[in-house]
Write a protein that binds this ligand. Structure first.
Ligand SMILES: [Zn+2]
Length: 461
């Protein structure tokens, strides 16, 4: 009996010794051919999904075909360049993310070691990038069983703050990497990437299946067709985009706030201000709020009107809540914001913190008025862009404010889409149904426009 106990104890000790973080890391580095790996380039096809662009707050992110995906990562710089060429998948179009894509849509993203973690993490969650990060940051080791399968889980803290877990399987390859990034809407957002069907590409093992979820829904589903190691990868760091705020007086007490990719509109009432849209981020909202206070001094921002829940249009709403504004939005968004406002934000605490939000939800219509100034808010019924999207209408000033349904082309001479976007034709039908008499359009992307240009754009002018 005593002998058995002794044998059992030595077995435990032996397992403990062989599985050190350094040992697991060395085995994985060797098995994956990462020892002398300086760069990797790979290409893939498959599907992508636009984070934060779902047709309603309860739906997954909308899907796109990935005609081509090319990625170069220089681990020494460090830097990464990714080019994604997408085509329309949803038919008919449903949700955001630049739908409907006519032909194809190409976007290149460059990140470097000085990019914010939410972008830069994309380098450290690649299988080989993870091994480099683990080696440089004193990774720790734990054993974990997932669905009956045993993994050695290496964990490191990037920049002493951001946790990254890599799951090493029995073949000593990285099967999954998980981390958390700060997202203006979802707070500490989980990013989980699984790697499978590893193949040998000139001595380097690289996965041929890559699946990624962000915020609980898929964002990438790729089949890798080629990978090359240690090619010369030169990546130019992009010039940082300077966020500026500009404004234009459109009518007495009505200001169009531009100067970036997203606009807002400020409306002055007798003893307060209403702002349409708090887009993008806290940084943008801080700048917009400063501009509004300069334009309309001495009055509080009482209402922040949120056109729809897409993250690029709702990323800055918390800053307005922190400022004391009541959030006005469609009723489908109220439970969603009540949930997301309470999500943990340890990675990037913001001005709102745990402050309670006042939310006024509307179904089809709500009127803000002080007797002199009137702003009507209407649900755009049947919009394929978003189920709860609202537009603002100022009857006296004959101004229509809308997001994502009609974005005027950069120049008036740009040829119109044929057939026109269903989002735009649906907007026209709603405006007609409600008999809104407008002349000026203040789109929340792009430049100021008008009724005549809109009608021409949809082939009715
Ligand atoms: Zn949108």
């Amino acid at each position: 009996m005593l002998k058995l106990v002794v044998i059992a104890l030595s077995f435990v000790v032996l397992v403990g010794c062989s599985a050190s973080p350094q040992g697991v890391l060395a085995d994985a580095t060797k098995a994956m051919g990462a020892e002398n790996l300086k760069s990797v380039e790979y290409s893939a096809t498959g599907f992508s999904y636009a984070l934060g662009q779902s047709p309603n707050p309860n739906a997954p992110w909308p899907k796109f075909n990935v005609k081509s995906y090319t990625r170069a990562v220089n681990f020494e710089a460090p830097a990464s360049r990714q080019t994604l060429v997408r085509t329309q998948f949803e038919n008919p179009p449903h949700g955001g993310g630049n739908q409907p894509i006519v032909g194809e849509n190409s976007a290149t993203v460059v990140v470097t070691g000085s990019s914010p973690w939410a972008a830069q993490s994309d380098i450290w969650i690649t299988p080989h990038g993870f091994l480099k990060g683990a080696a440089a940051n004193n990774a720790t080791l734990a054993s974990q069983t997932v669905d009956g399968k045993q993994y050695n889980v290496l964990t490191f803290m990037a920049q002493g703050k951001y946790k990254v877990n890599g799951y090493v399987n029995a073949d000593n390859v990285i099967e999954k990497v998980e981390t958390w990034v700060d997202n203006p809407v979802l707070g500490d957002m989980a990013v989980e990437t699984t790697y499978s069907d590893y193949k040998d590409f000139g001595g380097v093992k690289f996965p041929t299946k890559i699946m990624q979820t962000q915020g609980g829904y898929p964002v990438l589903d790729l089949t890798v067709n080629e990978a090359k190691a240690n090619t010369e990868v030169k990546i130019e760091a992009p010039a940082p985009a300077a966020a500026t705020v500009k404004s234009e007086k459109v009518a007495d007490g009505v200001y169009f706030i531009t100067g970036g990719t997203h606009n807002s509109v400020a409306v002055e009432f007798s003893d307060h201000i209403a702002v349409v849209e708090g887009p993008q981020s806290e940084a943008r909202s801080v700048a917009v709020i400063a501009e509004v206070k300069k334009l309309i001094p001495g009055k509080p921002i009482k209402y922040l009107i949120n056109t729809h829940h897409h993250f690029d249009h709702s990323g800055g709403i918390r800053t307005f809540v922190a400022e004391g504004a009541t959030l006005v939005t469609n009723e489908i968004n109220k439970p969603y914001y009540e949930k997301t406002f309470g999500m943990p934000r340890t990675l990037a605490p913001d001005k709102m913190g745990s402050k309670a939000a006042m939310i006024e939800a509307l179904a089809d219509k709500k009127v803000l008025t002080d007797g002199k100034r009137t702003v009507e808010l209407h649900l755009v019924q049947g919009s394929a862009h978003n189920d709860g999207i609202i537009m603002a209408y100022l009857p006296k000033e004959r101004i229509l404010v809308e997001a994502d349904l009609f974005t005027p082309p950069a120049t008036p001479t740009t040829p119109r889409l044929n057939p026109p976007s269903p989002f735009a034709t649906n907007l026209a039908e709603n405006v007609q149904r409600l008999k809104l008499d407008y002349q000026t359009i203040l789109p929340l992307h792009g430049r100021k426009s008008n009724r005549a240009e809109f009608m021409k754009w949809i082939g009715r002018g």
